[in-house]
Design a protein around this ligand. Structure first.
Ligand SMILES: [Zn+2]
Length: 316
């Protein structure tokens, strides 16, 4: 599928943005091109490593798409298994997808939603996380679920976050949270969020990816539905875009307590300070356990049984 050129990236560096699914070989390793586009006129792809679920931007000219790739070699990969498992029936209306680690891990996964907001972001959360991680010698892992509208209105805060990645204080997994994040509190759940009639689902996703790329950030394979609300049709279309839905087992402001393997959800957009209070309290009361390694946070792709990269890939 393709987007009308210029509609979502007027004046930007990204054009001809398209969703594809094209496995290819690079140095004997199978990767998957899942987007093609032009950056300042140069042909590029976004690629998934199906073993690690890491994503990266590559020059398309490097790649020989004609070399045959055994499709069967993909079916056993963590990416293929995760995409199948987390888009399978029965598609609950709320909290579908990955909510806790698929295998037993020591640690949990912090995800922070940046839904549209006129409030300042929760800088204290990120500073608390950086402070907690100060002695570890590696960046603190966090998944940021970004909406296009939040990024549009909070450029300075987004740049601050990017600066923390550059300084190796944060390792951010950029989770797509839709562009507009539609919501009407007076509507039933199956008529609001991305189920709002007239919503262009693919446009909501791809335009947020373009926004991230225009900030030189690499979109991950993860998508968080606004309100954690979806249905079978949207899950099927998400799978067609090669994206894995991410729910939560521990939405702190709703009183859910994290355990090993939980995907923790807080709002970093200033609209739910109670969740941030709880998280900072946890950081404070458990500081010794975090410092000694008894408690830890992990990058989101580690929830799908993939080898951890110790090098901070930072931007994906
Ligand atoms: Zn949201």
């Amino acid at each position: 599928m393709s987007l009308p050129q210029g509609v979502f990236s007027a004046g930007g560096s990204i054009a001809r943005y398209q969703a594809v699914f094209q496995p290819f070989l690079l140095d004997g390793h199978t990767l998957i091109a899942f987007r093609t586009f032009e950056r300042n006129g140069a042909a590029k792809i976004l690629a998934i490593d199906p073993d690690t679920l890491e994503t990266s931007e590559m020059a398309a000219g490097r790649i020989d798409f004609k070399a045959p790739v055994e499709e069967s070699s993909l079916s056993a990969t963590p990416f293929h298994k995760a995409l199948s498992r987390h888009t399978a029936l029965p598609c609950p209306l709320q909290n579908d997808g990955l909510t806790e680690s698929d295998t037993s891990v020591c640690g949990s996964f912090l995800t922070v939603d940046l839904c549209p907001s006129v409030m300042p972001f929760e800088k204290r959360l990120f500073e608390g996380l950086i402070d907690l991680w100060r002695d570890r010698g590696e960046p603190a892992p966090v998944g940021l679920a970004v909406t296009g509208v939040w990024a549009d209105r909070h450029e300075e805060e987004l740049q601050w976050l990017i600066g923390q990645v550059r300084e190796r204080k944060l390792r951010i997994t950029w989770i797509n949270h839709s562009y507009n994040h539609p919501y009407d509190r007076d509507k039933a759940l199956d008529e609001t969020f991305l189920l709002t009639p007239g919503t262009n689902f693919e446009e909501e996703i791809l335009s947020t990816e373009i926004l991230l790329l225009e900030h030189d950030l690499v979109p991950s394979v993860f998508f968080r539905f606004p309100g954690l609300v979806s249905n079978c049709d949207l899950i099927r279309r998400l799978k067609a875009l090669s994206l894995i839905p991410v729910g939560s087992r521990a939405w702190l402001a709703k009183g859910e307590t994290p355990v090993e393997g939980s995907i923790i959800l807080v709002h970093g957009n200033g609209n739910e300070p109670a969740g941030i209070d709880m998280l900072l309290d946890l950081f404070h009361t458990q500081k010794d356990a975090f410092t000694r390694g008894g408690l830890t946070l992990l990058p989101l792709n580690a929830a799908l049984a993939v080898p951890l990269k110790t090098a901070a890939s930072g931007s994906n």
